[in-house]
Design a protein around this ligand. Structure first.
Ligand code: FAD
Length: 508
C-alpha cells in the first residue's frame, strides 16, 4: 500500500518477515526500484529492496575522480546544456581540457532574466528559459527518461547527477525526476567540477562565426574574440536559430527534419489524480498522477509530450516576437495544475511550400511562422492564446478562461481556427480519443495554450556515423538535441559523452 511503501520501518519489517530473519539483524535496507501500479481500483507501490544483514558490505557511495586537465589539449565546447556539460566532463575523464562557451548568463543572473519574462517585460535573446547556464534543462521538470538501450551509460549519467547533488532516489525510481528547484544547484556543481579540474566555463560568449582553414574547423569567434582549439563540439540546442543560419550561410550542409508541434494542455491536478487513481482524492502517500497518451489520427501521430504533474506552464520563447510554451515542475510537484505538451507530427510535405526558398531551413521557417502567429493571437504581448478543451474539440469560442499556472497570463482565442488545419484537426481528433481512454479528460475545466513548437529540432546537422564529425568539416562535432541526435536531458547528455570520445580519437 502507498503508505507502507513510504515508511522504512514498515517495509523493513515486511522484508524481515519475507526473508524469515530477525529484523534486528538488518543493517541496511536499500530501495533499488520503485514504481506505481494504478491499473486497479486500489493503487499499489512496487518496491524492490536490497537487504544488508549483520556485517555484509554496504553499497559504496557514488564517487567520481576527475583528473586535472591543466595544460592539456584544449577542446572548445559550445553550449552548456546537458550535451555540452556531459561532453565537457567526459573530455576531462579522457585527459582533454574543455573550454565551455555559453551565450547566456550564469544561473543566478539567469533567474532574474526569467523573472522579467514572467512579468511580461520582454525576452533577452541570450538569457531565457532555453539559454544560459545548464541550457534548456535547468528550468524544467527534470524528467530523466531515455529510450537509450545502453543501461550502463544511463546509470552512469544518473550517478553523475547524484555525485553533483541530485537526490539518490533517482537511481531507483521507475520515473525519476529532479525538479526545477534542485536543478540549478546541480548544474552549478557540474560547472564547478569542470573549472576545478582546470577546464574553463565562460558565460556571455555567443558564438557568432567559425574559424575555418582549408575545410578544417580551427575555432570560433565570439564577437571580437577569437578562440581556437583542437576541435569544436557544437552543443547549441534546438532554439539556437542563429547557429543554423550561420552554418547555412557558411555553406555547411544541413538537412531538414520532420518535427512535432501543437499546444500545452492544462488540467487541474486533482482531476488527473481522480482519473488515474480511480479515487476521489490521491491522499497523502501517492505522487501527483501523470499520463502518457498516443494515438494515430488519419495516419498522423498525436501524442502527449513532457507531461509535468503538479507543474507550471512557462514562456519558453527566445525572442520577444514569438509565443512558445513549455512546462516545468518543482521536485515536490506541488502546484494544483497538471500540464503536458500535446502535439501532432509535422512532415516535410507540410512545409514543402517553403523549401524552394529556404532549403534545409524550411521546417525552421514553418516553426517560426507558427510561433509568430501565436504571438499575434495573444495580442502581441507576452500573454498566451488559450481555449477551453471541450470548446476546442467542439469548435466553439471560450468567452472566459479558468485560472492557469501560466504566470504571464492567457487570453481567449480560437486556436481551433487559426492553427494550421492539419494541426488543429489532428489535435481535436487526438483529444477526443484520449477522452475515451481517460474519462473526464475532455472538459471545460481544462485549457489548451499556444503554442508548443519546440519539441525537437527542425534541422539536422549531419555527422559521419563513425567519426561523429560533420562529413564536410573536419573538427566540427555536432551533438545533442540541436544537432538532431537527442531528445531530452539524459539522451542529450549521453550523446555529448559519445561525441567527447570521438573527439579523443580525432585529436590523439
Ligand atoms: C521548459 C522545459 C522543460 C523541459 N523539461 C524536460 C524534462 O523534464 N526532461 C527532459 O528530458 N527534457 C526536458 N526538456 C528538454 C531538455 O531540456 C532538452 O532536451 C535538453 O536540454 C537538450 O540539451 P542540449 O544540451 O542538446 O541543448 P540545450 O539544453 O538547449 O543547450 C544548448 C545551450 O547552448 C547555448 N547556445 C546556443 N547558441 C549558442 C551560441 N551561439 N554560442 C554559445 N552558446 C550557445 C544555449 O544558451 C544553451 O545553454 C525541457 C525543455 C524545456 C525548455
Amino acid at each position: 500500500m502507498p503508505r507502507e511503501a513510504a515508511d522504512a520501518t514498515c517495509y523493513t519489517a515486511r522484508a524481515a518477515r519475507e526473508l524469515r530473519i530477525d529484523e534486528r539483524s538488518i543493517a541496511l535496507v536499500r530501495v533499488v526500484k520503485r514504481s506505481i501500479d494504478a491499473r486497479q481500483r486500489q493503487p499499489w507501490v512496487n518496491l524492490s529492496l536490497e537487504v544488508y544483514v549483520d556485517q555484509e558490505p554496504q553499497p559504496a557511495p557514488v564517487h567520481f575522480d576527475y583528473p586535472s586537465v591543466e595544460g592539456k589539449t584544449e577542446v572548445i565546447v559550445v553550449g552548456s546544456g546537458p550535451a555540452g556539460l556531459f561532453a565537457a566532463l567526459r573530455l576531462i575523464e579522457l585527459g582533454l581540457k574543455p573550454i565551455l562557451l555559453e551565450r547566456g548568463r550564469e544561473v543566478s543572473l539567469r533567474k532574474t532574466d526569467i523573472a522579467r519574462i514572467n512579468r511580461g517585460e520582454g525576452v533577452d535573446p541570450d538569457s531565457n528559459y532555453a539559454f544560459g547556464e545548464g541550457g534548456a534543462g535547468t528550468f524544467s521538470d527534470g524528467k530523466l527518461f531515455t529510450r537509450s538501450k545502453k543501461r550502463g551509460d544511463y546509470n552512469k549519467a544518473l550517478q553523475t547527477l547524484v555525485f553533483h547533488g541530485a537526490n539518490p532516489e533517482i537511481l531507483y525510481e521507475a520515473h525519476p525526476h529532479i525538479g526545477t528547484d534542485k536543478l540549478p544547484y546541480i548544474i552549478r556543481n557540474i560547472c564547478r567540477t569542470i573549472t576545478d579540474c582546470g577546464g574553463e566555463v565562460l558565460f556571455e560568449r555567443r558564438v557568432t562565426d567559425l574559424i575555418l582553414r582549408q575545410g578544417v574547423l580551427k575555432g570560433v569567434v565570439c564577437g571580437s574574440e577569437r578562440i581556437e582549439g583542437a576541435a569544436v563540439v557544437l552543443a547549441t540546442g534546438h532554439s539556437a536559430r542563429d547557429i543554423y543560419y550561420l552554418l547555412h550561410e557558411r555553406g555547411i550542409r544541413l538537412e531538414a527534419k520532420a518535427l512535432a508541434m501543437g499546444v500545452r494542455i492544462e488540467h487541474p491536478q486533482a482531476l488527473i489524480d481522480r482519473i488515474q487513481y480511480h479515487q476521489p482524492e490521491r491522499g497523502e502517500w501517492l505522487p501527483a498522477a501523470s499520463y502518457s497518451l498516443v494515438s494515430q489520427e488519419q495516419g498522423r501521430g498525436v501524442y502527449s509530450f513532457c507531461m509535468c504533474p503538479g507543474g507550471f506552464i512557462v514562456p519558453a520563447m527566445t525572442d520577444s516576437a514569438e509565443s512558445v510554451v513549455n512546462g516545468m515542475s518543482p521536485s515536490g510537484r506541488t502546484s494544483p495544475y497538471a500540464n503536458s505538451g500535446l502535439v501532432t507530427e509535422v512532415r516535410a510535405a507540410d512545409f514543402a511550400h517553403l523549401t524552394e526558398q529556404w532549403g534545409a531551413l524550411a521546417g525552421l521557417k514553418f516553426q517560426e511562422e507558427f510561433e509568430r502567429l501565436a504571438r499575434r493571437e495573444g495580442g502581441d504581448r507576452q500573454v498566451a492564446p488559450a481555449q477551453r478543451v471541450a470548446d476546442f474539440v467542439a469548435g466553439k469560442a471560450s468567452n472566459a478562461l479558468p485560472a492557469t499556472s501560466y504566470v504571464p497570463g492567457i487570453t481567449p482565442s480560437r486556436l481551433d481556427r487559426w492553427m494550421p488545419s492539419f494541426i488543429a484537426e489532428g489535435l481535436r481528433a487526438g483529444i477526443a480519443t484520449f477522452g475515451r481512454r481517460m474519462r473526464g479528460f475532455v472538459t471545460n475545466e481544462a485549457i489548451v495554450v499556444g503554442v508548443e513548437s519546440r519539441t525537437s529540432t527542425p534541422v539536422r546537422i549531419p555527422r559521419d556515423a563513425e567519426t561523429l564529425m560533420h562529413p564536410e568539416v573536419a573538427g566540427l562535432f555536432p551533438t545533442g538535441e540541436g544537432a538532431g541526435y537527442a531528445g531530452g536531458i539524459i539522451s542529450a547528455g549521453l550523446d555529448g559523452e559519445r561525441v567527447a570520445e570521438a573527439v579523443r580519437n580525432f585529436v590523439k
